[in-house]
Design a protein around this ligand. Structure first.
Ligand SMILES: O=C(O)c1cc(C(=O)O)c2c(n1)C(=O)C(=O)c1cc(C(=O)O)[nH]c1-2
Ligand SMILES: [Ca+2]
Length: 740
């Protein structure tokens, strides 16, 4: 890829060699004049990332987002001696999903609640931090924890999105604000059913900062915006689903939406009120070889295809990769992986470009492992489907049409059309979610943090009824949870799996795998030392042999890890491997107690960094008991608990856990002091006593009787589960016995 870029830009390489770019960066002349091809000095430095492999300048290290570091001081023969070099405690104990950037030895890490920390990569010393003060009451405007996946670097500035929709540029040296813009235009905010949050990392192409958003579980119409990196001025915007009236938005997407996409939706489905979805909440990739920006487009809103689009049409561009021109946002091509989405099958998962030998020629391709469970190889220039094969077990499709790549549906999986429940694999969390995969050019393998988490899709009966302040899926929220019987739980837990698939894209087959305890493990880093690094849900950090998966090193990080590691050189020229530690994201939030089966840890969020001569370990011992069961009030009103369950599953479960069992990130409401008194509970849930901590007030979505019903339900659940939770604290793993 590098040679392809160099070949194309010979004029540039004459005037500005990779060496001078690197030297310019290191001596701080990052503001040097842009090169003539519009990439700018930072763009060239990212394109030539392998000339300064000690940096990690963009989300996936290179524009190809392979998450491969050529560094090899740490390798298979010495990784067994890896030691903790430093750790930095974070000020939020929630899910940490960030990929830190490293430029000239300085780490820029974003953390939960959209905070940014600049840290000396060799010592862990905090240089500055920035808190954009996201209001606590908007945590429930996003589906999946107030996470943040990372930053972008350009020309002496660092950029990141905030959960309340801002894009912020800071001076990389001082942490001072340079500019801040609201990325959500007023016309997109259509009341309480529409909800936008920003938790993905921005990417920068040719001086434009491109950022998307999330919200399709509530009601949202997806779009990305490109802002001038220097000024923050809006350059272009691209909506991923049509305007409900098929009118121009005066955006870059107008022509393709009106001429191509609108016809793939029914004119009067619920999408016209609910936005249609298609949020671009994770992957946005610029490929300098094809000179295109790729968007990974998300699921439909509402999920229910029968309600959303009256069961008609493919619903472009849901579940698609869309390619745009970086300068204008003009549409170039698309490839739809999941037509007629009704499973939350987002295609936002990391888009990676590689050069692969295919039928005797080297082709520059996109490789993609979206939620739907298939591994796709697509021509990066044209979007032509080359091949696809399932990388996990799937039951919704028997395969892909070899010519078009369209899924061959299992008719039973189309549950909104059959009207019958569907136990889908993958489920809504996908065969692979945001946890990044990696590719090693040395082994030719793609390493996917794969998982199996089934989901019972059940239609909402009686038509689509949206609720403000709640997920609006068109599904029956009373049914999507797991019944609290040993049989139901055991059957479900038996189907939960998490592992690394080492996937050979040349043969479209699994080469080998490494099994984990359960789903929801961290992203993967591959290195020139023939190593893979991955943190696990059970709080361990591992190094594996990239050629065969042998486990070569592990470290007790004490808290679940979901973020991807990075590797870099510190100012001392030593190789470090670092990762953010912190259990959270949607799996423990929504699945609650069930998620504990991946490994039960108490969340102490940190950044940890390793080197061969580190002297900081092991980590200090901390409370590993978590929220301890408290004997609940004995009395509850059993006439109110059914409605309490319905209200809980509708408004509370997505953060506090299915059926009121927590997984240790947010308070486990069964043991909360506030369930002891009606007023105390109403003060929190109805009047917002804890908004500063992320707990919104719900008095505009529920009346006091409904809120009291929830309290009665919580007391019932606390009584049902108290003894088994007390007993579980005596087990080695803290998981109640009947959950094997
Ligand atoms: O449809 C959306 O807009 C949207 C947004 C997000 C998000 O912003 O984090 C997630 C999802 N969907 C989603 O489907 C999903 O599985 C998911 C997991 C996570 C996470 O960070 O744990 N976010 C999201
Ligand atoms: Ca989604």
């Amino acid at each position: 890829m590098i040679s392809a870029v160099f070949g194309k830009r010979r004029s540039l390489s004459r005037t500005l060699t990779a060496g001078t770019i690197c030297a310019a960066l290191i001596s701080g002349y990052a503001t040097m004049a842009s090169a003539d091809d519009g990439q700018g000095a930072t763009g060239e430095a990212i394109i030539h990332a392998d000339d300064h492999p000690g940096d990690w300048m963009t989300y996936g290290r290179t524009y190809s987002e392979q998450r491969y570091s050529p560094l090899d001081q740490i390798n298979r023969s010495n990784v067994g001696n890896l030691k903790l070099a430093w750790y930095l405690d974070l000020d939020t104990n929630r899910g940490q999903e960030g990929t830190p950037l490293v430029v000239n030895g300085i780490m820029y890490a974003t953390t939960n609640w959209s905070m940014m920390k600049a840290v000396d990569g060799a010592t862990g010393k905090l240089l500055w931090s920035y808190d954009p003060r996201v209001p606590g009451n908007i945590a429930d405007k996003g589906c999946c924890d107030t996470v943040n996946r990372g930053a972008a670097y350009w020309n002496g500035k660092v950029y990141f999105g905030t959960f309340d929709g801002r894009l912020i540029a800071l001076d990389a040296k001082t942490g001072k604000l340079v500019w801040s813009v609201n990325t959500i235009p007023p016309e997109a905010e259509l009341g309480k059913q529409r909800s936008y949050t920003v938790d993905g990392a921005p990417r920068i192409a040719k001086g434009r900062v491109i950022i998307g958003n999330g919200g399709s579980e509530f009601g949202a119409r997806g779009f990305v915006s490109a802002f001038d990196a220097e000024t923050g001025k809006l350059d272009w915007r691209f909506f991923t689903v049509p305007n409900p009236k098929n009118e121009p938005d005066h955006a870059a997407s107008d022509s393709v939406l009106m001429n191509k996409a609108y016809q793939t939706w029914s004119p009067t489905g619920a999408w016209t009120r609910q936005g249609g979805g298609g949020t671009v909440w994770d992957s946005i990739v610029y490929d300098p070889v094809s000179d295109l920006v790729y968007l990974g487009v998300g699921n439909g809103s509402p999920w229910n295809y029968k309600y959303r689009s009256e069961g008609k049409g493919d619903n472009l561009f849901l579940g698609s990769i869309v390619a745009l021109k970086p300068e204008t946002g003009e549409y170039v091509w698309h490839f739809q992986e999941t037509p007629m989405d009704q499973w939350d099958f987002t295609s936002v998962q990391q888009i990676m470009t590689v050069d692969l030998p295919i039928n005797g020629e080297t082709r520059h391709v996109i490789v993609h492992a979206p939620k739907n469970g298939f591994f796709y190889i697509i021509d990066a220039k044209t979007g032509e489907f080359i091949s696809g094969k399932n990388y996990v077990y799937v039951n919704w499709a028997s395969g892909l049409d070899p010519k078009t790549g369209r899924p061959i549906y299992n008719p039973d999986a189309l549950y909104t059309l059959t009207g019958k429940d569907w136990y889908g694999i993958p489920g809504d969390l996908g065969g692979h979610n945001f946890a990044a995969m990696a590719y090693s050019p040395k082994t030719g393998l793609v390493y996917i943090p794969a998982q199996q988490v089934p989901f019972l899709y059940t239609n909402q009966v009686g038509g689509f009824t949206p609720h403000p302040d709640s997920w609006n899926l068109g599904l029956d929220m009373n049914k999507v949870g797991i019944p609290d019987t040993p049989e139901a739980k055991q059957a479900f837990v038996k189907d939960l799996k998490g592992w690394i698939v080492a996937w050979d894209p040349k043969t479209q087959a699994e080469a080998w795998r490494v099994d984990h305890k359960g789903p929801w493990n961290g992203g993967i880093l591959a290195t020139g030392g023939d190593l893979l690094f991955q943190g696990l849900a059970n709080g361990e950090f591992h190094a594996y042999d990239a050629t065969n998966g042998s486990d070569l090193f592990h470290f007790a990080a004490d808290s679940g890890i979901i973020a991807p590691p990075v590797s870099y050189l510190g100012s001392d020229k030593k190789q470090y491997v670092a990762v953010e530690v912190g259990w959270g994201g949607i799996y423990p939030f929504f699945l609650g107690g069930i998620a504990r089966t991946s490994g039960w840890t108490v969340n102490h969020s940190r950044i940890i960094a390793f080197s061969l001569d580190g002297k900081a370990g092991p980590l200090p011992k901390q409370n590993d008991q978590g929220f301890l069961p408290v004997k609940p009030p004995a009395q509850f009103d059993s006439k109110r608990t059914d409605n309490g369950y319905f209200q809980f599953q509708t408004y509370c479960a997505a953060c506090h856990g299915d059926n009121a069992e927590g997984a240790g990130v947010l308070p486990d409401l069964r043991w909360s002091g506030s369930i002891r008194h009606e007023d105390a509970f109403y003060n929190v849930v109805g009047r917002g006593a804890l908004t500063a901590y992320g707990m919104d007030r719900f008095d505009s979505s529920m009346n006091p009787t409904e809120i009291e019903d929830i309290r009665q339900f919580l007391i019932k659940r606390a009584n049902e589960t108290y003894q088994r939770e007390v007993d579980a604290r005596k087990n080695a793993d803290g998981i109640p016995e009947q959950q094997p």
